[in-house]
Each structure stands twice: as C-alpha cells, then as structure tokens.
Design a protein around this ligand. Sequence first.
Ligand code: FNR
Length: 348
Amino acid sequence: MNREIDLRSQRKDEHVRHALNQNIDGIDSDFNHVHFVHHSIPSFNMEEVDLSTRIGPLEISQPLYINAMTGGSEWTRTINGKLAEVANATGVPMAVGSMHVALKHPELADSFTIVRSRNPNGLIFANVGADVSLEGAERAIEMIDADALQIHINAPQELIMPEGDRNFNIWRSNIENIVQHVKVPVIVKEVGFGMSRETLQILKDIGVKYADVSGRGGTNFASIENTRRENKDMDYLKNWGLSTAISLLEAESFVDDMSILASGGVRTPLDAMKCLALGAKAVGMSRTMLEKVEYNGVESAIEYIHQFRRQMDKISVMINAKSMEEITRSSIVFSPEILSWQKQRSLH
Ligand code: FNR
C-alpha cells in the first residue's frame, strides 16, 4: 500500500475511533427543549399506526435510516459489512461514508461494495463531497448500485483540519450540475453542524429537492478534528453550528418544496418523533448505530432498530397521531431558548 492510501485509511479509522470515544451523553440536547402535548384518550389502537414514508421516489416502511459514516480501510470495511447486515434485516436505508478514497484508489472499493453484497435489495445511499466531479459522482453511484446520492457539506470540518480543503466557491455550481445530471435523488447533507434557512434557500435555488439538516447535538466533527492532533487550536468551536431541532425550525418554510431529513444527536425514539413533528420525512442515526454494531454486535443492533420502531409507534399513540401527516400536525411547545431563536429569526 502506498503512503497516501495509508494516510487516508488511517484518517477513516481515527474518525471512527474518536466518534466512539466522544461522550455525548452529557450534552444538553435541544430535543429536551421541544415538548409534545400528552393526550390522555387516544382515538386509535397501536396496530393502526403507520409511519411509512417516502424520500421522493423511494418508499420506506419506517422513517429511519443508518446515516453516512465510513469505508476506506480494513476496519471500516467490517463496520460497513455489519451495518449492511442490520439494514438488510430491518429494511432501513443505509448510507456509506465518503467514497472519494475509493474513487481515487479503486483497490479500496470493496470496503463500500460490501454494503451491496450484504444487502442486495435494500436502499443504499452513495456519499461524496461537494467538490466531486460529475463523473466521480456517477462512478460512486454505480460502484454500489446506489438508490440515492448524498453530497456532504462539511466546511467547518475541512477548515479545522490542517490538511483540509480551503476552496469552496465551486460547491454551489458543482452541486447544481450533479443534481441536474445524475439519475437518482440527490440528498445534500451536513455532517453535524446543522443548516440555516439561508443554506436551504441556496439549495432550493439550485434545484436540490432533498436535504438532511444533520445538526449539532451528536457526533461533533469540530471536536473530533481537534482531538486528532496535539495542537487543538480550534477546540473553542466545539459548540459551532445549529442544533437539529433549530435546523428543523429553520427548514419549516421549505417542507412543501423539499423533503427535509433529520439527523444529528438522535438518541431516543422520542427524539426521532420530535424530528418528524418538526417536519422531517425520515430520521438518520450514525454514531448510535456505530456504537451498537461495534460494542454489541449485529443481532443486538437489529433488535435495537425493531425496539426503536415499536417505541415510536407507542409515542404515536401518546400524541394521538397515527400517520406521518398527523404527526406533523401534532402540538409542540418550545422552551424559551428555542422560542427566542425562532422569534429573533422570525421563523414560524
Ligand atoms: C460521519 N459522518 C459522515 N457524513 C458524511 O456525509 N460522510 C462521511 O464520510 C461521514 N463520516 C462520518 C464518520 C463517522 C465515524 C461518524 C460518526 C459520522 C456524519 C454523519 O453522517 C452525521 O451527519 C453526523 O454524525 C451526525 O449524526 P449522529 O452521529 O449524531 O447520529
């Protein structure tokens, strides 16, 4: 293996290791500042709950997906294999991590193609950065026979990494070009810094129909990139970004024109239900699923998803909303901090 491949594979392993080591339990999640109104007399039985949803042409029986993480090294190949087995058994869509490493070094492709071989009929999302060429995006889709393409936008992460990208002015036209030409839905996603109304407006203007706001509150790449080096000179940015709950408020006026997806710090079925109530069509989890497959194994991760799903049904009963549409219309109350953000940004 040459040195460049070595370094790239090492970076993939470091991201996984640091993500697993990150202690997110103590973080005050903004989901705690969003409250459902309890209903004491439900009007339907639990078996009537139907949370099937769609991301454009993609029909999914449950509003959950395993979000982008990894690939590009031996270790991350085994992780992708395990996540694909979970996706295969549960029917949840799954995204792979950034595929640039395999576009540049085709000998590493099997750490991504393993997800298709272990989940031949499932919904799989390819993943590239916003600087990828159209030809690169098409190859990434083809490599894993992807049903959708995620384009990640991760400016803070690049800027914090000494070796990161410093050129961003092509992102917008590049994304536009890819959206116009590829044959699968293109989901533009953040990586844990959230999306503002201004960002979503740009995405809408360039024809993007699917956006994953991936907000602050879970995996924190400002911290991960600082932890990866001795000189943690930008550690003060660890609270940078918009939380997932706030991002969904920012996205409120876009839900009729775009499919909004939510991820970032989703830890419980209640968090996921709050995302749906705030307009998300589906909810993604990365770190939680990584932890499950690495620490508890595939069977346990499968059971975790089944339980997660059943508990979402139970919460549906408690809020008296049995479909995605009814959940979106359910009553929500915000704590003062969120309300203040909403007022100052004139969002409603
Ligand atoms: C990520 N994430 C990510 N996103 C992306 O679009 N491409 C990528 O290559 C990666 N790589 C990656 C590695 C690891 C180890 C983790 C944990 C995450 C970001 C991910 O998709 C998601 O946006 C954030 O992690 C927030 O979700 P969670 O982890 O809080 O559920």
